[in-house]
Design a protein around this ligand. Sequence first.
Ligand SMILES: [Zn+2]
Length: 284
Amino acid sequence: MRGPTLRAAGLVTVVLAGLLGSAFALGRSLVPDPHPSAAGVATPLTATRYGDQPPSTDFPGGTASARPIPDAAPDAAPVEPGGDGPYGALVTTGSAAVALTFDDGPDPRWTPQVLALLAQYGVQATFCVVGENVQAHPDLVRSIVAEGHTLCNHSWNHDVRLGKRSPAMIRADLLRTSDAILAAAPDARIEYYRQPGGAWTPSVMSACADLDLTPLHWNVDPSDWKAPGATAIEALVRSQVGPGAIVLMHDAGGDRSGTVSALQRLLPELVFRFELAPLPVGSP
Ligand SMILES: [Zn+2]
């Protein structure tokens, strides 16, 4: 009876493995693409689709804590001023000043609320704007500039895989975005670029060097794009912020009520503890 028993056990194993495999494939197919815009599919501007968290396995230098492996970036262009982030992107301000950065806008609902809070506390920040949103809301770009904040190019449509596209496509994307910013605010200075998802690649670094844009990363990330709630955002920023910090937050890409509330609670303390300054730009 051993033979048939073993065969039966083997058959059961094979069937189980097949079922598990199917379940796994089904599970994978049910997991939504965390970055649907990356495929270039047009989605409504109101959809939650931006977030500066990289696909962790795709990009070795994609997180603030991850350091680039030197061998992985043999052709990375030297960038001045250098930073300690992925491929040399800036993660600190280089001074004691703390820089607040707001990504993915401008957004007609959230950007005005962030601007009002910053004005209330006399704080200037840096806005990393997305080209298609700039084109849709040029008035908000003008408000940002008029209120003394600085700007950062954050790509045309937040393609987190932009870094893996051709050098020509990367360059065209960055140029199109800068052109849209300048069309909205001709006096704006655009001296920084932030890669969507923090998914930096040597090709992106080369494009930045070519276009005279400083790659801008961050070192404080409350993951507010996941809308974890004001308390969580506030606690993370409070525990991690220090002299020279670059804080990543979002004024677009979803429900940013938590970010706005956290900012409202944090600003009185931050202005007391630190000098808050935008990433500096030169004179026109
Ligand atoms: Zn972003």
